[in-house]
Write a new protein. Sequence first.
Length: 222
Amino acid sequence: MAATDLHELLRSLRVWDPGVTELPAFDPTTAPPTPLALFTAWFAEAVAAGQAEPHTMSLATADEEGRPDVRIVMLHGADADGWSFASHATSRKGRQLAARPYAALCFYWPVLGRQVRIRGQVTAAPSPESQADLHARSTGALAAALTGRQSEVLPSLEELRSASQAAWDQARENPGAPSPTWTLYRLRPEEVEFFQGDPERRHVRLAYRHTAFGWERTLLWP
């Protein structure tokens, strides 16, 4: 493999290339009173603009010692109860959320130069609701859940192939098979920030903060 000069490669890259990115104007004075309404509108615009996998997001958690962790997960829904995602309760993220039930989410839609950041408390849905969420998904999603042992040490790829094949067979034969540790989580937002990139670097940042009197909106310096 040829050697790569990382710094030279980084200097060759552009952010928000005009050939592939549109930076729409964003007037925060027209923003709706609640962050969910604006998120829904921005999400639909990202889909319409052809953003690849707009429903994926970074999920940041912390372990018992407060050390941060982050990974990409899929959004399962967003409503008045919060933004939802799912995992095994026995996974690393599941254990971290049990110890410290707070998390942060970040969506990045570079095709429009937009980010959405969300922070808040996380709760686990009851098992019947979690299982219903799982069984509403694809056969592959069920097979992955049935494979289990997420975040545990894997002795070999052959063992993974064997366990995965057995899980696929089970998922096809029994689409309602339960995965007891599969858990639907909901993050109830305390803060939601919307970031719109600007070609002159005058980025617009609109922050919603939840108070005892409802949502308040504040602009932030970029």
